[in-house]
Design a binder for this molecule. Structure first.
Ligand SMILES: C[S@@+](CC[C@H](N)C(=O)[O-])C[C@H]1O[C@@H](n2cnc3c(N)ncnc32)[C@H](O)[C@@H]1O
Length: 243
């Protein structure tokens, strides 16, 4: 049975809102209404309270929420959540906070982690820029995963790209010393921009100089598949916060 997102919003009104009313610094996503399958609605009913952290705009102790002493990795824009699910399952020594506004992907991942009973994942449906600036403490994040962020290819759209100086500075601020940012894209010119932007942020260092070799534990994502079909090169960027 097909359901609309309104079914879910009627149950959990706070899921409806993904951004603050005031202007955002980067408008990095466009939201469209989405139809959901029955299992996605059921996933929200079954697993919302165990896995979803509502946006509060208040500084939050994520370590206390997980209560297991593991370092925190934040993934921004997990899409369908393929990588989030597999990485969280296969690398249980970390906690993962996945942030995504796209409701269909959000509910699919919620279904997966809920059915498998993973204990090291939490999800948020809200603008990641607001979540990071308002809810995440400085020097508390062990790593950021940003896989195939929207490339916003037209020149006049470049201002909507996530990886630009201001946001990269915010990421660096949130990292623990030695923490990492791992970003991957199939858009060559955005890849070059990522290297340049991270180079421009004080306190970040790029151990590979430019692009990094692929990391064995990163599964292929939906957008990576699309990029490969178009024969785009996949570029990985890995930078670290100096200790
Ligand atoms: C091109 S998709 C890539 C999805 C997935 N990582 C993959 O590789 O298949 C980028 C995703 O980032 C999400 N996104 C963009 N800006 C965001 C923001 N500020 N906060 C949360 N999610 C965001 C979009 O909704 C979209 O699903």
């Amino acid at each position: 049975m097909k359901e609309t997102q309104d079914t879910i919003f009627a149950d959990i009104p706070e899921l409806r809102f993904v951004e603050r009313d005031d202007a955002r610094s980067i408008k990095s996503f466009v939201l469209r209404g989405t139809r959901l399958k029955g299992f996605q609605v059921e996933a929200v009913r079954a697993y919302y309270h165990d896995y979803v952290i509502p946006y509060s705009g208040k500084m939050t102790d994520f370590d206390a929420l997980f209560a297991n002493g593991k370092p925190l990795i934040i993934e921004i824009g997990f899409g369908m959540g393929v990588a989030t699910h597999l990485i969280a399952r296969d690398r249980p020594e970390y906690n993962y906070l996945g942030i995504e506004v796209f409701l269909s992907g959000f509910t699919k991942l919620l279904d997966k982690i809920g059915k498998e009973g993973l204990t090291n994942v939490r999800l948020m449906r809200f603008d990641a820029v607001a979540v990071l600036s308002e809810m995440v403490g400085d020097s508390t994040v062990a790593g950021f995963h940003i896989f195939f962020p929207d490339p916003w290819p037209k020149k006049r759209q470049h201002k909507r790209r996530l990886i630009q100086h201001e946001f990269a500075t915010l990421l660096a601020q949130k990292l623990v010393p030695g923490g990492y940012i791992y970003a991957v894209t199939d858009w060559q010119e955005y890849a070059d921009q990522m290297v340049e932007v991270f180079d421009s942020v004080e306190g970040l260092t790029n151990p590979h100089g430019t692009f990094a070799p692929p990391v064995s534990w990163r599964p292929e994502t939906r957008f990576e598949q699309k990029g490969r079909e178009k024969e785009h090169a996949i570029n990985e960027v890995w930078v670290e916060k100096v200790r």
